[in-house]
Design a protein around this ligand. Structure first.
Ligand code: UT7
Length: 339
């Protein structure tokens, strides 16, 4: 083991998730807007998505996912030092979702902060948590991400409302020697903001015609975001591989944000990552924004495809436009692949 490899770092020790009970199929959507199961499956890969109940909000989903996480990890609420919540659909402007989760689960020693990185919220959260834990500032950080996007859709916009679903996921990032994160990158292109945004209350986005959309709804130029995502994620994946001194064929799993199966296919073609080494939540959950990566990881952990020690590349991208990703060895320190 080299000195560098023996340095203190961080690992993802455990993962928790929560999906609302109600399922909305493509056939259900075809009764709401002019669309079809055939179009949605062919253009996106989505078959169904989970929809939060009327009384269920993002803090409820995030609390359930974090409870699942702590149960699986066998960690007491008081052992958590910081909750980072990533969401683009918080219950309120404030209090933060993180503070609500902290209170409901009795994490009396934890700080709480929300981050706004849209569909890249999980990868940004891991980036921050890895930095804070690796540098010795914290021992144990919860990164929780959740969305109730069904509540902020414009159901007159069929190209967008068919995509999104609700769900939550949480990861426990803990000190580990050696660290399990091999590389982490973040990036942004704020000039692309008008291509994907949620309308604000105070100011219209540049180019937005007055009165065209009720406050608080999502608007997307799908073609532009698609093009940007394929180019950006392909380039960034290569950058991550270079930083980690790995090649595409050495990855066990590639887990891009589940936005559209055609984006994943295009990125795989450009980067040389085999499509059968990708994990996705798109088919059953739709696009759950920040929650899509943990929702893709969880079933693979449950059925044994994703095992401790395997090398995983995660990549989030979305509104902002922002993006972030990591290469990490899955699981706690000391875990080895194929055990
Ligand atoms: O998670 C955040 C990041 N977001 C993304 O990554 C989203 C990226 N973009 C996409 O996934 C795709 O652009 C969409 C799924 C949003 C749209 O697919 P597309 O293949 O780019 O469709 P389009 O907007 O170019 O529309 C093609 C046609 C149009 O008809 P015409 O003008 O060719 O006659 C649309 O009116 O498909 C029509 N269309 C639909 N037809 C049936 C658009 N939405 C629908 C629909 N059902 N739901």
């Amino acid at each position: 083991m080299t000195n560098a490899a023996a340095r203190r770092g961080a690992c993802v020790r455990a993962l928790g998730t929560y999906s609302p009970a109600a399922v909305r199929t493509n056939q259900d959507l075809a009764r709401m807007v002019e669309t079809s199961d055939e179009w949605i499956v062919r253009r996106t890969g989505i078959r169904e998505r989970r929809i939060a109940a009327e009384h269920e909000y993002t803090s409820d989903l995030c609390t359930a996912a974090t409870r699942d996480l702590l149960d699986r990890a066998g960690v007491a609420p008081d052992d958590v030092e910081l909750v980072i919540a990533g969401t683009t659909t918080p219950d309120y402007a404030f209090p933060s979702v993180a503070a609500m989760v902290q209170d409901r689960l009795g994490m009396t020693r934890a700080g709480a902060v929300d981050i706004q990185a849209t569909c890249a919220g999980f990868a940004y959260g891991l980036h921050l948590a890895n930095g804070l834990v690796s540098s010795g500032v914290h021992e144990r950080v919860v990164v929780v991400v959740g969305e109730t996007l069904s509540k902020v859709m414009d159901y007159a916009d069929r190209a967008t409302c068919i995509l999104f679903g609700d769900g939550a996921g949480a990861a426990l990032v803990e000190a580990a020697t050696p660290g399990r994160f091999r590389a982490s990158v973040v990036g942004a292109d704020g000039s692309g903001g008008p291509h994907l945004y949620r309308t604000g209350l105070s100011r219209r986005i540049e180019g937005e015609a007055a009165g065209t959309l009720a406050p608080g709804l999502v608007r997307q130029n799908g073609r532009e975001v698609f093009r940007w995502a394929v180019e950006t994620v392909s380039r960034s994946v290569c950058r991550l591989l270079e930083r980690a001194r790995l090649t595409a064929d050495t990855l066990d799993w590639f887990v891009p944000h589940s936005a559209n199966v055609r984006i994943t296919e295009a990125v795989c073609e450009r980067t040389g990552i085999p499509l059968d080494r990708t994990l996705s939540s798109i088919e059953r959950c739709g696009n759950t924004s920040a929650a899509s990566i943990p929702l893709a990881l969880a079933p693979a952990i449950a059925d044994g495809r994703l095992r401790p020690g395997q090398t995983v590349l995660l990549y989030g991208f979305g509104g902002g436009l922002v993006h972030a990703g990591q290469i990490l060895e899955w699981g706690p320190a000391g875990a080895t692949a194929h055990t």
